[in-house]
Every structure is written in structure tokens, then in C-alpha cells.
Design a protein around this ligand. Structure first.
Ligand SMILES: Cc1ncc(COP(=O)(O)O)c(C=O)c1O
Length: 426
């Protein structure tokens, strides 16, 4: 149940946030509250005793919600040390168990996975394995508005926001429009450059995440997959935000009936992973590795259990059904471009300011939602969301919209200390 008993952020949170603002080298707090660890289902408490309905799932990385009883049992069974092994070099059984679970839900022929620590590192290694296969490669291809992470390799592919790239060196890329002209654009690039072997890879989010929750047009995917196959260009699906069942399929590319050469996963998976055919990975020992990749016991154990719960409770069908329900609800709201697939939904407002006002007003009422792109709000609830939660979220959004559209409305309060009220939140 939502319970807001102090200002947001409350006094205890405020004290910590103020210190963090000074001491955290990369301050970018999206939500001015400090989580206490208490909570249940889609609800989480802050350290001031306020209880929020979380429609962000910790940016799509907490699919099972808060304190899921089966995951708590896993946590209890891992009270031993070390909890992190140097997993590529000093193997533990969970490494194999997790790879087998991932492969059990991956397309036929994708018979090998490499575990790593984060989403950006998963992308980084996906492009590295493709580069090894393409010794003549000089550049890569990604999409406009793409987000693939912030390590320097992944950042080269990213294109969603200027601030992420400013001042950083990167390797050469072409970018295609995220629409049905992309196939022709790719053919033009190949003609102009004269040799398709100079292309290391094409990388694609089948539902764009940070870039705006745009769903790839089927014709675009079909053309790009055909063209990449024709020229032997490795096709990478970035499933870091859209994967692990969120769209109602294990992987968003499955909504298009295609199979990529490589895909990356992280967030909801709890670890980073690159999945492909064994033949795509470098033979040389040490060409790709990392101390903790495949060695974080807790992460792997939670990941294994998460996959098992999704299978056992048939959550793919549930996500599809709940997604449709939420989308119907969004269509009744006075907002624009309602869109979504499974539990990956968004809508647009008229300006950045209006969008940011809505996100903050929802937070004050106990609903956590996230912005994305310029004017969009995304809804990314955990897979345990109930019909009542969905109705409550829609009610709060509707109510908040009416408030922020009142003549003379101005955000105020402690929340403005951290969110630059009405200017930019995230
Ligand atoms: C599609 C996509 N790729 C890559 C990343 C980077 O993941 P991480 O933040 O774990 O490095 C993200 C993170 O939001 C993402 O949404």
C-alpha cells in the first residue's frame, strides 16, 4: 500500500542525499529517496517510512519486485564467504547452472554464453567477439537514438544523449534511422564504402530503452536482418533492457521471428551475458575475460532462480496480458503516443518540463515512474504487478496530470532541491 508520511524526500533521506551529493563522484540521482530494503511485491519503503509503488523496477533491473520469498530463500542459503569468485579462472557450479538456464531460453544454435558484470560490459564483449571475426572491419553500425552503455566501446554505439558522449574518443560508426528506410540506408553505406567486410557488426535494440521506448517496425527488422545475412555482417541484439521476458517473450527480437548472431543481456538477468554460437567466440584463451565475470555467486544464484520463477509461473504470458491491460488504461489518459509491448510501456507529453513535472508529481504521491528520451514517461513495472497496482498507477498518473496542468502550477518543496523541479530530472 502506498503510504506517504513525510515530505519526499523525508528528513532521514535528505541527510544522506545531501552528503552523497557532495561525496559521490558521479551524482545522477533519478529519485530523491533512500531505499530501506523493506517492501513487498511492487512496493518499496524508504528510510523515512514512506512506501512507494515502483513502476520503474529499478530501471528494469528488478523484475521480481521487492523481497520475493523464493529469492529471500536463495539469499539465506548463500551466507558464506567469498561471495565473489574470480569466476572465469576459478570456476563454481553456479557458473554452469546459469549458462544452462540462459541457453534453455535462447534460440536453437545459440549454444554458448559468456558471463560478465554489467550491461555495458556485455555490449562491449558482444562487439569484441564480432570484431575478432571481421579482421578487415573499420566501423560499426548502430541506430539513431540508441543506448548501449557508457564504457568507451559501448559509448561509441550510443546515440541517445549528447551529455553521455561529450569529450570522449570513440570508434567510427554509421547510424541508421530507426524506421523503414534503414534497410536502404544500410545498402547505401555498403555501396559507398565498397566492401561489406569493413563492417564489424550491426547492433540494435528491438525496443529502444533510454532513447524513448520505441518499438522497432517489423519491416525495418526484416530488411536489416536480410541485408546483414546477405553480406555476412554480424547482427547483435541488445536485450539489456528489453530481455528476460519483459516484452512477453524471453527476448524482444523473438517478437520479429528473427535470430540474431549475438545478443547481450543484463539488468533483469542480474549479471551481464553475451549469448551466441560457440563458433562466434575467440578460440584464444584470455581474449575476453574479467576477474568477477561469472563468479558473483549471489548474482548468479538470483539469476538462476529468476529464470526458473519466470518459467514456473508462466510470467511471459502474464506480462503480455498485463501489458495489454496497462496500454488500454493509458489510452484513456490525456497523453500522446501511448505505446508498449508487454511490461515496457511509454507515452509522450508536450514538453520536457511537463514530463519532468509529471514524474515528480507522481513521486510525491507515491508512484515511481521514469522519464526517457525528451518528453516520454516509461512504465516498467515488476512482473509481480497486480491489477490493483495497475489501476492505482493509472489513477495517480491521471490525477497528477490534472494537477500539473492547473493554471499557475509550480512545483515546490524539498524534492526540488535534488530534481531541478520542472527543468530536468533524469
Ligand atoms: C539497451 C541497453 N544497453 C546497455 C545498457 C548499459 O547497461 P549498464 O547500465 O548495466 O552498463 C543499458 C542500460 O540502461 C541499456 O538499456
Amino acid at each position: 500500500m502506498i503510504k506517504i508520511q513525510t515530505a519526499v524526500p523525508g528528513p532521514k533521506s535528505l541527510r544522506i542525499l545531501k552528503k552523497l551529493e557532495q561525496k559521490n563522484g558521479a551524482w545522477s540521482v533519478a529519485y530523491p529517496l533512500v531505499f530501506s530494503g523493506r517492501g513487498e511485491g511492487a512496493y518499496c519503503e524508504d528510510i523515512d517510512g514512506n512506501c512507494f509503488l515502483d513502476f520503474s523496477s529499478q530501471i528494469a533491473s528488478n523484475p521480481m519486485g521487492y523481497n520475493h520469498p523464493e529469492l529471500i530463500e536463495v539469499l539465506k542459503s548463500y551466507a558464506r564467504f567469498p561471495i565473489k569468485y574470480a569466476g572465469q579462472d576459478f570456476t563454481v557450479k553456479e557458473h554452469l547452472d546459469l549458462i544452462e538456464e540462459i541457453l534453455s531460453v535462447s534460440p536453437k544454435g545459440m549454444n554458448s554464453a559468456f558471463l560478465i558484470n554489467s550491461g555495458a560490459e556485455a555490449v562491449e564483449n558482444a562487439i569484441k567477439i564480432c570484431m575478432r571475426k571481421r579482421p578487415k572491419a573499420k566501423f560499426g553500425i548502430s541506430m539513431k537514438r540508441a543506448f548501449h552503455g557508457r564504457t568507451l566501446g559501448a559509448l561509441s554505439l550510443t546515440n541517445s544523449s549528447r551529455v553521455q558522449k561529450k569529450g570522449y574518443m570513440r570508434f567510427p560508426m554509421y547510424r541508421l534511422s530507426y524506421d523503414e528506410t534503414a534497410g536502404d540506408q544500410l545498402e547505401d553505406i555498403i555501396k559507398r564504402e565498397g566492401d561489406a567486410e569493413e563492417i564489424a557488426f550491426l547492433v540494435m535494440e528491438h525496443v529502444q530503452g533510454e532513447g524513448g521506448y520505441y518499438i522497432a517496425p517489423a519491416k525495418m527488422v526484416d530488411l536489416l536482418r536480410k541485408t546483414t545475412k546477405k553480406y555476412g555482417i554480424p547482427y547483435i541484439a541488445d536485450e539489456i533492457q528489453s530481455g528476460m521476458g519483459r516484452t512477453g517473450k524471453w527476448w524482444a527480437f523473438e517478437n520479429y521471428g528473427i535470430r540474431p548472431d549475438v545478443f547481450s543481456s543484463a539488468k533483469a538477468l542480474q549479471v551481464g551475458a553475451v549469448v551466441s554460437a560457440k563458433s562466434m567466440f575467440p578460440d584464444e584463451v584470455g581474449a575476453i575475460s574479467s576477474t568477477w565475470g561469472g563468479g558473483a555467486l549471489l548474482d548468479m544464484a538470483i539469476s538462476i532462480k529468476t529464470i526458473q520463477i519466470i518459467k514456473k509461473q508462466k510470467l511471459l504470458e502474464r506480462n503480455r496480458k498485463f501489458g495489454n491491460l496497462l496500454l488500454k488504461g493509458l489510452e484513456d489518459l490525456d497523453v500522446k503516443n501511448q505505446r508498449g509491448i508487454g511490461l515496457m510501456l511509454a507515452f509522450d507529453l508536450d514538453s520536457v518540463k511537463e514530463r519532468d513535472n509529471l514524474v515528480i508529481e507522481c513521486a510525491k504521491r507515491g508512484l515511481i515512474v521514469l522519464g526517457c528520451a525528451q518528453k516520454s514517461v516509461r512504465l516498467v513495472p515488476p512482473y509481480v504487478v497486480t491489477v490493483e497496482d495497475a489501476q492505482k498507477a493509472l489513477e495517480i498518473i491521471d490525477d497528477s496530470l490534472r494537477t500539473i496542468r492547473r493554471k499557475g502550477f509550480r512545483l515546490s518543496g524539498k524534492i526540488c532541491r535534488f530534481t531541478n523541479c520542472g527543468k530536468h530530472v533524469i
